[in-house]
Design a protein around this ligand. Structure first.
Ligand SMILES: [Mg+2]
Length: 367
């Protein structure tokens, strides 16, 4: 069954991809979010021409072929665009076989524990603690992640003293029996990261994400060696060489690939297998409620070395106005601290036709 048509429906934040086979069977996927209009152009110029006419069901080698044909263009944009193809074809196969993608991957649909993930740094420690407690009471979350330092902050804080305050204030408010995670987003030098890490250890926080600039693998490794708590990272990395380096240098305790930065499910599975061989769990990065989180849900329920929980963004339209109206229904509803991986065919979500009507539509077809 060959791929006959590849369409994109997007704006500058989100770009959905529709794959149509010569039989008329279809699947829906998405490229990675942000600069999605640029990614759509990469998709039609550097992905679709190589994919049209290839097998819609057996496509892992097609992804490698695209990489070889476009070998002068390693890095993020091509991977982001390849994700649109990969995720649309997994959906197509699921719809054709009447199975959710999680089953195609060897797992089962159903409940999946989620951690409530804050994206905000401009929030006071008291306000962050208060909204976490509301989320705990309303949705039963048992794990939370909040932010320390400033993003790529060169040891600076969002404002002086915020980190020293937000660690104890939020941790004490949550109390015992809750998994506590923080994210440094590449803020710190090793010396400062170790200082902050000691504070985290003293306040029962078990996960320190991206303490140092993520491209400085040796710095992250130094921090990991010095601390008892888990150091996590990898969300930006999309090349296998970067993962190899991270694993060989024992830079992290937890691998965090983003399925949409990576280039889709097939390529993320490869990172998960590298982690499995090294005895490392995988807690993927999934920072918004576009299709990335649904794809991550299906993947996590199928990985032998899945980490303890799904990252689930708690930010609403004040922070992510572009998330408005992407899907029909409520695919990310949380009950008792768990989301549900649907048992419907494919990804099991329906993209909102009204959103698609408002988007920019482009078509690549077999000539
Ligand atoms: Mg992060």
């Amino acid at each position: 069954m060959k791929i006959a048509k590849l369409e994109t429906f997007g704006n500058e934040f989100v770009c959905f991809v529709k794959a149509t086979a010569e039989t008329g069977d279809i699947g829906w996927g998405q490229t990675s979010t942000y600069m999605a209009d640029i990614t759509a152009q990469v998709f039609h110029r550097q992905v679709a021409p190589h994919a049209l006419g290839t097998d819609a069901l057996d496509f892992e080698d097609t992804l490698r072929l695209i990489q070889e044909r476009e070998h002068k263009f390693p890095g993020s944009y091509l991977r982001r665009a390849m994700t649109g193809l990969d995720t649309a074809l997994w959906d197509l196969r699921g719809r054709l076989e009447g199975k959710p993608v999680v089953e195609l991957l060897g797992g089962t649909p159903g409940p999946l524990r989620a951690y409530a993930s804050s994206m905000k740094r401009d929030i006071t420690p008291e306000d962050e603690a208060a909204r976490f407690l509301r989320l705990r009471d309303d949705h039963g979350f048992t794990a939370f992640k909040w932010r320390v330092g400033a993003e790529c902050g060169r040891d600076r804080d969002e404002w002086p003293g915020r980190t020293e305050a937000v660690i104890p204030v939020v941790s004490k408010a949550l109390g015992d029996g809750i998994d506590k995670l923080v994210d440094g987003n590449s803020c710190y030098s090793p010396a400062r990261a170790i200082e902050v890490g000691r504070m985290l250890e003293d306040h029962g926080i078990g996960h320190f994400e991206e303490p140092c600039p993520y491209w400085e693998v040796d710095q992250t490794a130094e921090v990991r060696r010095a601390l008892r708590i888990d150091v996590a990272g990898g969300e930006q990395d999309c090349e296998f060489t970067a993962w190899q380096l991270m694993i060989e240098h024992k830079a992290v305790d937890i691998l965090q690939p983003d399925v949409m930065y990576m280039g889709g499910i097939h390529r993320t599975l490869q990172v998960a297998r590298m982690g499995h061989a090294a005895g490392l769990p995988v807690t993927p990065h999934a920072a918004n409620l576009s299709l990335v989180t649904m794809c991550t849900m299906h993947l996590l329920k199928a990985l032998p070395n899945a980490g303890k929980y799904l990252e689930l963004s708690i930010e609403g339209l004040d922070y992510y106005p572009w998330q408005d109206g992407l899907f029909l229904g409520t695919p990310y509803r949380v009950d008792g601290g768990h989301v549900t991986v649907p048992d419907a065919p494919g990804w099991g979500v329906e993209i909102n036709p009204a959103w698609l009507d408002r988007s920019t539509h482009r078509v690549s077809e077999r000539g």
